[in-house]
Write a protein of this length. Sequence first.
Length: 240
Amino acid sequence: MPYGPAISVLVETPVSGYYLLVMRHHINSETVPEWTDLPQWNFKRPAQLFLSGLALNAIMCAYTALMIVMLTIVAAGVFSAAHIVHGLSQSTIVADALLTAATALATLPLLWSYAFLLPLAIARFAHTNNFFDAFDIPFLLRLATRRSRLAALGALIFLSAVAVNMPLTVLSPQISPLTEPSIEFVSIVAAAVIYGRAFRRKVCADERGEIDASSSIKDGATDEHTHNDCLECKKCLNEN
């Protein structure tokens, strides 16, 4: 249908804006919100949700383009290596096995970037309200090395939703238009809460030196956050 993409953009862009709103609420609140505490969907300001969604989608597109370039370079190296191995071994079985293993390894950085680095970039934008902070790669990589069970849980929810939706889209195209939005919305809201709290804890623990030698957040580290204590908060939401 010619109107399918337009309808998808009109529906999913405000949902992306709400994702950003949920993240911002769980990062910038003076006290740690309850897990089920969600900001109200503001029907009176649809333009704000739509613009926030466009900004989030722009960040996702930029990171996706970067990941595709990196994956292309890695894939070219993998195929070249497989061709060389095939010429040396004269065995297609060995070459195919190595190619499969190398391809699987090459996709791991892509999955890691999608499940850990990209959500941190979105959370950084939600935190400072500065679009370009989402591309502060050195800062984001430093945070990404901080081990966090919350971030791992968010990644699990995110990847699980992708793993469920893709087969449904292929195997049951008739019902996927009904199941995909509901699965996507629930997983997005849950991931936004978890990623937001993980970012909050990582930033606060990093600022207060509550990181142990193995880059893990120390037991008992607090994620109480105030704007006065936050060194990374360049432009807090309440001060705009």
